[in-house]
Design a protein around this ligand. Structure first.
Ligand SMILES: [Zn+2]
Length: 166
């Protein structure tokens, strides 16, 4: 545990005091020899489940990658899956690696799971998704096109949410 906190914070005791059950679950997976996908067991309004790690909200897979491998080598990197089951919420650290957006996108296309361009509407979004998207827009961590990609909707749909049109 201290080693993982050290990788994340540069100090074995850094990172504050409280981690929720979901983060402890991810920490328990570090070093697992499991080769099958490990589904995220916690409820999720979005496609993959979002958690807050060190004050930063992101996908469970991103938190898993951060815990198992340290922070992304560059800021824009994404937690990509070798198994193609990111959209099913796989959090097996053996299946997750840091990739650039382009690499991750290519992998999703290869796995046949990238549906961007086929689902332009927002009918698939729940109220909770929309609230999540608004938070992500406000956080300015991701480009709108990337937020859209995570939820399977177009950038325009994200713009509409940002402007309150829809
Ligand atoms: Zn997997």
């Amino acid at each position: 545990m201290h080693n993982h906190r050290f990788m994340r914070h540069g100090s074995p005791t850094g990172g504050g005091t409280f981690y929720g059950e979901n983060i402890r679950f991810l920490e328990s997976l570090v070093g697992t020899t499991e080769t099958k996908c490990i589904p995220w067991p916690f409820g999720s309004s979005a496609k993959r489940g979002y958690v807050t790690l060190d004050g930063v909200e992101g996908t469970a897979a991103r938190a898993m990658c951060t815990i198992a491998k340290g922070k992304p080598p560059s800021p824009g990197m994404e937690a990509a899956h070798t198994c193609g089951n990111g959209h099913h919420g796989c959090v097996n650290p053996n299946h997750i690696y840091w990739a650039t957006h382009a690499e991750n996108h290519r992998d999703m296309v290869n796995h046949g799971v990238n549906q961007l361009g086929e689902r332009h509407g927002m009918s698939k979004l729940t109220e909770a998704d929309v609230r999540q998207i608004k938070k992500m827009i406000a956080a300015r961590e991701l480009r709108r096109v990337d937020i859209g990609a995570k939820f399977g909707v177009s950038r325009q749909a994200i713009n509409d949410i940002a402007s309150g049109k829809n």
